[in-house]
Design a protein around this ligand. Structure first.
Ligand SMILES: Cc1cc2nc3c(=O)[nH]c(=O)nc-3n(C[C@H](O)[C@H](O)[C@H](O)COP(=O)(O)OP(=O)(O)OC[C@H]3O[C@@H](n4cnc5c(N)ncnc54)[C@H](O)[C@@H]3O)c2cc1C
Length: 342
């Protein structure tokens, strides 16, 4: 087993928060992982690239940072099964597939982070989510020290959700992810900004357009530390939506199954006058109300408090409670965003 090191974590998270962990393990083989599992007697957190995690405290639990690398391809006629080990970079994986003519994930270009984290919140963008192409996940279970395989159905995917956030959270590590991709190109252009490409757009054109749109809309964490969308888009019952729509006829919305409607969290925050709002070292991005940013030397606590304030303002105006998409980690493990009462 590699020796655990105490570590300063600010290069390990896209919010660039200074936090330290008592022990940092970076296994690169199943054998190493099994040895860590045997010795682990305290809570731990699995950290990929740290682009969806806020270190709320200046100390975290022990960190396990998978270091499994490699991509394998299995030809299955008109489809291919492409497996990526968990430490591979998601965007480079998308490029790898595109270059070889394996199609289905172009719309997910430029999402930061590791392959291992992608199934955890079922990453999605521009009308596609991981669940659309996922074949299976290999997951190492700490208690049995065995590798288990989960089919797409067994992952219980939902909107920014999966079994890895619930029943399996804290019990193991995703080691690799296998996608089923097509050798036949079929563009998915339903999303605003892509339709203009036209039905004969090539995979490279869609990929480039997604990259360009994302670069023009979202702040680069290297220049302005952030974790993308801080909150999930709330899904409400139709009757709640109908009442709100009477007061806000211009409110954007996306009908869902089961008489539910998804609202745009960024729009709700913007309507509270919070776009560009700043509290000392932290703020709501001036163009993207859904993105909270660290302007410099912010602590995780300051970002947490800003998130509470945003949540409170939206609740007061719309009676809707925004839930964070970002994982909030303190010294003992994940925490919730608690509501501030007036
Ligand atoms: C600028 C920006 C834009 C973004 N845009 C999008 C977007 O369009 N769509 C989208 O869905 N997300 C988006 N995100 C969020 C982020 O990119 C994804 O959530 C990504 O999958 C996180 O990967 P990570 O390796 O950094 O995860 P981390 O932050 O390291 O971890 C996230 C969660 O996954 C768990 N985890 C990580 N690796 C493993 C593993 N191997 N096994 C088990 N659990 C694991 C962690 O414990 C944690 O709960 C964006 C983020 C940024 C900074």
């Amino acid at each position: 087993m590699n020796t655990p090191q105490a570590l300063q974590l600010n290069p390990e998270n896209s919010f660039s928060i200074s936090s330290s962990c008592p022990a940092f393990y970076s296994p690169s083989s199943i054998e190493e992982l099994a040895n860590i599992a045997k010795a682990m007697d305290k809570p731990f957190y699995v950290l990929g690239a740290g682009t969806n995690t806020l270190f709320v405290n200046n100390v975290t639990p022990a960190i396990i940072h998978p270091n499994f690398h490699g991509i394998e391809v299995k030809d299955c006629g008109d489809r291919v099964l492409v497996s990526g080990q968990s430490a591979e970079n998601w965007h480079e994986f998308v490029q790898f597939c595109l270059n070889r003519g394996y199609y289905g994930i172009e719309n997910l270009a430029l999402i930061p982070g590791s392959i291992g984290a992608a199934p955890v919140q079922n990453i999605g963008a521009y009308g596609v989510e991981l669940a659309d192409v996922l074949d299976s996940v290999s997951w190492f279970e700490f208690s049995s020290q065995t590798l288990r395989h989960f089919t797409n159905e067994q992952c219980h995917f939902g909107y920014r959700d999966s079994i890895f956030k619930h029943a399996l959270f804290g019990k193991g590590i995703i080691v690799s992810v296998t996608l089923s991709l097509s050798k036949t190109w079929q563009p998915k252009l339903s999303y605003q900004g892509l339709a203009q490409l036209g039905a004969d757009a090539s995979a490279e054109q869609v990929f480039n357009q997604v990259v360009q749109l994302r670069q023009s809309k979202l702040p680069d964490p290297k220049e302005l530390p952030n974790a993308g969308s801080f909150f999930k888009n709330p899904v409400v019952d139709e009757d709640v939506f109908n009442t709100l729509q009477q007061s806000y006829p211009d409110m954007p919305y996306y009908p869902q199954r089961n008489h539910q409607v998804k609202l745009a969290a960024g729009w709700l925050i913007d309507q509270c006058g919070l776009k560009g709002y700043r509290q000392g070292n932290v703020g709501v991005h001036q163009h993207q109300a859904l993105v909270l940013v660290n302007y410099g030397q912010a602590s995780g606590r300051e970002l947490y408090q800003l998130a509470q304030y945003v949540q409170q303002q939206v609740k007061q105006k719309f009676a809707i409670c925004l839930e964070p998409e970002v994982r909030l980690l303190d010294s003992a493990g994940l925490i919730h965003l608690t509501e501030v009462n007036n």
